[in-house]
Write a new protein. Structure first.
Lengths: 842, 365
């Protein structure tokens, strides 16, 4: 009976313990929950946004390929159609469905994606292409017919029977909308046409963009793929139908992983918040815990209660985070698109696709983070002997005491080889490891370094300041929490600031390099139907406002099967003019022999392993043309690599005299406005070309950059909050521990103001040393981010630009905030009776 | 996705091209300058055995009876349609849809109890599908009907069965109507050029139900081209083509209007002596004597007939009742087409094919 009663009481006591602590610490607990929630939310949002974009991308790709087994693709401008009948007649090929797929430029409007097929073949592979209600196939065969998806029709304000005015070259052609598909048939903004219509009306005669292949049921797909590959000209490749989705996934992976790393950092800080909160509340409840132990609650019981608390914290944070993250993902998808504005899925409408498994995983991760934060303090609380804890004022051993420096030094040393590792599966895993090792090492050494720093500062004369100095020099474990919080939050923030500053600075310099002309005339992006032909080019060159021009052709070609296409930038290059080339890495040499030069981007060098002097084969006009790598340049726009060649060589190999852009150097007295007016005159219509000056392109590019990195600025703000929270927790614990000290000081005549000043000075010192230390650590981390993580993730280099002013400002604000926080945390020390505080000790 | 799932195409509409007329945006067929079918044009052979690409629609329709080594009967049908659907506007693209080709094949095996059938559809061009002029040579992929020597070779490989048959000519072409000008209704506008190669001697092989059988038999090839092959009021038709055992051949059809009344009838009978007679509408009467109802579609077909052509009174009985072609999933139509035996006073006098359309719903070509 007694045992039962005791058990009942124990249970009650445990509940009382928890409930009491929650009431006392509501603010801190809420912050811990928020920390976990933030980490989970960020992870969930990144996952959902990207997962939805990939799903939508795959769905869009599947819209056409249906149950095809293989797909043949070539350069962006298409490949010779004569390969199609040869593939179609290959034994083992059940259906070969040829298609054109490109963006149609619409004057004054966003380009429209067009898919043109031979419906009799396409419908055998993809019966659902037009939906089940479609009865317009005969009409689709008419030579000007197009079918619009609901999204396209709504966006363009077109209905059945209306004309769709498309731009081809610098002319327009009117197509007729014969039907609008049901909304559920095609989610994207897309048009369909007969392949013959597209070839003729949109000037792609003789060309195909893809051939979808269904293999006969009794044939071996791999074997058929090999037989097809043997028939294909250079630059045209066969792959399985999932390759495209895989490429999209691969392309966004580095971006995604980097954002996920930020989410992990947020989770880690959440974990840290739980640790700090629990450390503090356990410190406060030492006596209650000791009483429970005396009453017969086992160590395991105490541990279970404390862990259960963290579990609840974690669950609350996780639930909140999952909801918040889903909301965030929805908001981002509706406002920014599937790539957060980074440009991977531009032009695609992405709907939120839920992923219950991933949500559950992130939920569990949040709980795990909370538990991890609680384990050490809970274990220590459970392990401590109850008798000394019952004594008033005992506040010993919450965090580790003195420790040897060698593990910290070992971690710092480990960062070096980790940073030198090559990318693993295209991810900078070594770089992440190096950052983690650097951070962990710096944290381990933090108390020792701070102690050393304070030891070397001259002692002040003022009594209060002297007390503060002495207090910090004897740095106890609670203060360690404060300083660790500052070091972690500030070093990460400084690293991000330096990295983003470097990126932005490099981008600005690069934009200067890459935009040497005064004005840029664009008739159509890569692969679009808008272009300038030789006659239009000549017309532009002779305009009164124009002094000099350079023509640019943008192509995409395929180097290796299954790999994303590489961009081929074709330009009028004057080899004598060094400004004609973008910033080159040192080591450019004159190519050996008679091979024409190609300048490759860093991404091309990384992805294909090419070096200066290498010979590479480039598929031009259906044949492989040899080039020699003459230099490696920086390209911040294309992650899949870029090849730059001289236009004369390109035209000789392909006969393609069309161009996308013309760079214009203005004649004296000419302006962008006069140029635009002259262009309208000579082209005979408005909206056929875009005319922009270099400054506006730079402005737009930098604005896009800032928008892309907006999310990281938000994270930095959060990091600052966490740092301040750490200071608050540290000082609160300290004040608790030093109640007797403060009581004594009051007793000997020290005023409340002076005690506040004492704490303020302590906060200032802790903040300043933590920030100094964090700045050094952050600087080292930023170097890893710049030279390893970014380089390996996105394949571009950048120069170091330290945003000194921003760093100084943030440091000052943080030091001030640390001072204020320390003083605020100490306020409760001044609120009690000094006599009682001193008495507690006896 | 089901690999076996076949083309979901309203290709019935495509075969006619203009059938979608009146639907929004459909204007192609009305704009195309198709040649008219006029009386007095003498058919020339072998040139007219080839394709007539300017006309809107054309078909080569082979039907017949086969017997395997055990003398088990098997009906077969293999058909190629050529259709000129729209005005391509002079589109120079090699994909320009100047010609569409549709092929159909079916076998009637009493041991299987219902039709096995398959189909192909493609636009002409690239050597992947097409119909040659001046000789019979029409194909879609590995389905083909090609003249070679004194035979026509018919080949197709489907999902359920394959045919590889040589159809050897034994008789001169049989011209229908007015020396090949065959009217389809009281209006002079609906007519076709129409001739038959009857009594084709068949030898070849059939693969079905996992068995390959060597077969021999007798077949019938119709070749018909037109721009307006159907009276606007017609809702369906009944047609027979019979190889008579004495060496004669009989073709008869009637176009039905609403209420199944006959709009037009016609027949051609070639006697054993090689002399052929054509019959005016009032000389041909069709009387159904037995019906069969399809549980699949609910349609009821008159599968037993008494057909009077002049003094000849033929009784028709099918090889099996269920020779219904349920092509709702592909062409959107349902009709009955199958092997029949012709009797005169209970004596078998010939074998051929019977086609019944418009019994499920009004039939539009």
């Amino acid at each position: 009976m007694a045992a039962l009663a005791l058990a009942g009481y124990r249970n009650l006591a445990q509940r009382a313990l928890t409930a009491g602590a929650w009431q006392e610490n509501r603010g801190r607990l809420l912050l811990s929950v928020a920390g976990v929630a933030l980490g989970v939310a960020l992870g969930v949002a990144v996952h959902l946004i990207n997962g939805s974009a990939i799903t939508e991308f795959s769905l869009a790709a599947r819209t056409l390929s249906g149950d095809a087994d293989l797909v043949v693709r070539g350069p962006l401008e298409g490949f010779d159609e004569t390969v199609y009948p040869r593939l179609a007649q290959l034994p083992g090929v059940d259906v070969a469905s040829p298609a054109l797929e490109f963006d149609v430029r619409l004057p004054g409007r966003r380009a429209l994606h067009l898919i043109a097929v031979d419906a009799f073949r396409a419908l055998r592979i993809q019966p659902a292409l037009f939906g089940s209600e479609f009865r317009q196939l005969p009409a689709l065969l008419e030579s000007d017919a197009v079918v619009l998806s609901r999204a396209a029709a709504d966006d363009l304000g077109l209905r059945e029977g209306d004309a769709l005015v498309a731009q081809v070259g610098t002319q327009t052609v009117a197509l007729r909308v014969i039907a609008v598909l049901a909304a559920e048939t095609a989610a994207q903004r897309v048009a369909y046409a007969d392949i013959a219509t597209a070839q003729w009306r949109l000037q792609r005669l003789g060309l195909l963009d893809r051939i979808d292949i269904r293999v006969a049921p009794d044939a071996d797909t791999g074997e058929i793929a090999a037989r097809i590959a043997a028939l294909l000209p250079p630059g045209v490749q066969v792959s399985d139908t999932d390759a495209q989705s895989r490429q999209a996934e691969g392309m966004t992976r580095a971006y995604r992983v980097n954002l996920n790393m930020l989410a992990l950092v947020a989770l880690f800080t959440g974990s840290f918040l739980v640790f700090a909160t629990q450390a503090l509340t356990i410190l406060r409840r030492r006596r209650e815990i000791a009483i429970l132990r005396v009453l017969g609650v086992t160590r395991g019981g105490v541990l279970r209660v404390l862990l259960a608390e963290s579990l609840l914290l974690g669950a609350a944070g996780s639930a909140l985070g999952v909801a918040l993250g889903s909301g965030l993902a929805w908001l981002a998808l509706t406002r920014l698109g599937g790539d957060l504005g980074a440009g991977y899925f531009s032009g695609m409408t992405v709907h939120l696709h839920q992923d219950p498994v991933a949500l559950a995983l992130y939920f569990a991760l949040g709980i795990a983070a909370a538990l991890a934060g609680c384990v050490v303090p809970a274990w220590q609380a459970a392990a401590s002997a109850p008798a000394p804890a019952l004594k008033a004022g005992d506040t010993s051993d919450t965090a580790a005491g003195a420790r040897p420096p060698w593990p910290g030094l070992a971690l710092l040393a480990a960062a070096v080889p980790l940073a030198l590792l090559p990318p693993i599966r295209d991810l900078p895993l070594g770089g992440y490891g190096a950052v983690a090792a650097l951070l962990a090492g710096a944290l381990w050494l933090a108390p020792a370094v701070v102690e050393w720093l304070l030891g070397h500062l001259p002692s002040p004369r003022d009594a209060v300041a002297l007390i503060a100095f002495q207090q910090l020099r004897g740095a106890n474990s609670q203060l360690g929490i404060s300083i660790a919080a500052i070091v972690v939050s500030f070093s990460l923030m400084a690293a991000m600031l330096i990295m983003i500053g470097s990126f932005r600075g490099s981008l600005e310099a690069w934009l200067e390099d890459i935009l040497p002309a005064d004005a840029y005339v664009r008739a159509g992006g890569a692969g679009q139907t808008g272009f300038l032909d030789a006659a239009a080019l000549r017309g532009i060159a002779t305009l009164p406002s124009v002094a000099r021009t350079a023509a640019v052709r943008i192509q995409e070609i395929r180097m290796q099967p299954g790999q994303a296409p590489i961009t081929l930038l074709v330009r009028d290059i004057d080899p004598a003019d060094p400004r004609a080339l973008p910033r080159l890495q040192p080591g450019a040499v004159k190519p050996r022999g008679e091979l024409p030069p190609v300048w490759i981007s860093e991404a091309a060098a990384d992805l294909y392993g090419w070096r200066v002097g290498n010979e590479i084969g480039v598929a031009l006009g259906g044949a492989a043309v040899r080039f020699a790598v003459a230099g490696i340049w920086r390209d911040y726009t294309r992650q899949n690599g870029t090849l730059l060649i001289d236009r004369a060589r390109y035209v000789a190999a392909t006969g393609d005299t069309r161009v996308n852009d013309v760079w214009v150097w203005l004649a004296p007295g000419g302006s962008v406005a006069t140029l635009a007016a002259e262009l309208r005159q000579v082209l005979g219509g408005a909206g056929l070309v875009d005319v922009r000056d270099a400054a506006s392109i730079r402005r737009v590019s930098l604005a896009l950059f800032d928008r892309t990195f907006a999310v990281t600025y938000l994270l930095e703000a959060v990091a600052v909050l966490i740092g301040l929270f750490g200071i608050s927790v540290g000082f609160s614990s300290q004040v608790l521990a030093r109640r007797a000290e403060f009581g004594m000081l009051r007793h000997v005549g020290v005023t409340r103001r002076q005690i506040a000043a004492l704490l303020g000075i302590e906060g200032l010192l802790a903040g300043a040393t933590g920030i100094a230390y964090g700045l050094v650590t952050g600087g080292a981390i930023s170097l890893i981010l710049i030279h390893v993580v970014n380089r390996q993730s996105f394949h571009w280099s950048m120069d170091l630009h330290v945003p000194a002013l921003a760093l100084a400002a943030v440091s000052a604000v943080l030091i001030l905030a640390a001072t204020a926080t320390a003083m605020a945390s100490g306020r409760q020390a001044m609120s009690g009776q000094p006599i009682a505080a001193v008495k507690e000790d006896w | 996705m089901n690999r076996r799932r076949f083309v979901l195409l309203p290709f019935g509409a495509l075969v006619a091209g203009g059938a979608a007329r009146g639907a929004p945006g459909a204007r192609g067929a009305a704009d195309v300058a198709y040649p008219a079918v006029v009386p007095g044009r003498a058919l020339r052979f072998p040139d007219d055995e080839g394709s007539h690409p300017d006309f809107r629609i054309e078909w080569w329709y082979a039907t017949g009876w086969l017997f395997d080594a055990a003398r088990q009967p098997l009906g077969f049908q293999i058909t190629f349609f050529r259709n000129r659907p729209v005005d391509t506007g002079g589109n120079p693209s090699r994909f320009a849809p100047a010609q569409l080709l549709v092929a159909h094949a079916a076998i009637s095996d009493p041991q299987h109890g219902r039709l096995r059938h398959d189909q192909q559809l493609a636009r002409g061009g690239f050597g992947l599908a097409g119909a040659a002029e001046r000789m019979t040579d029409v194909h879609i992929g590995n389905w083909s009907l090609r003249a070679g020597g004194d035979a026509l070779n018919a080949r197709m490989a489907g999902r359920e069965f394959s045919l590889d048959l040589a159809l050897r000519r034994t008789q001169p072409p049989l011209l229908h109507g007015d020396d090949g000008y065959s009217r389809k209704g009281p209006g002079a506008g609906s007519a076709s050029y129409y001739y038959t190669l009857p009594h084709l001697a068949v030898a070849g092989s059939v693969v079905a139900g996992g068995r390959t059988s060597s077969v021999t038999g007798t077949a019938w090839l119709d070749h018909e081209w037109s721009t307006a092959p159907m009276e606007p009021l017609a809702t369906g038709w009944d047609w027979i083509g019979i190889n008579l055992d004495d060496g004669g051949a009989l073709m008869a059809f009637r176009m039905r209007g609403a209420g199944d009344g006959a709009l037009w009838s016609s027949a051609t009978l070639r006697g054993a002596d090689g002399r052929s007679r054509t019959f005016a509408p009032e000389q041909v009467t069709w009387t159904p004597v037995r019906h069969w109802r399809s549980a699949r579609t609910g349609a009821t077909y008159p599968v037993g007939w008494r057909v009077a052509i002049g003094e000849l009174l033929l009784e028709l009985e099918p090889l099996m009742d269920d020779q219904e072609m349920d092509a709702r999933a592909s062409t959107g139509t349902v009709y009955w087409e199958g092997a029949v035996t012709a009797r005169v006073r209970d004596r078998v006098v010939g074998r051929g094919y019977l086609e019944l359309t418009g019994y499920w719903r009004p039939f539009r070509l």
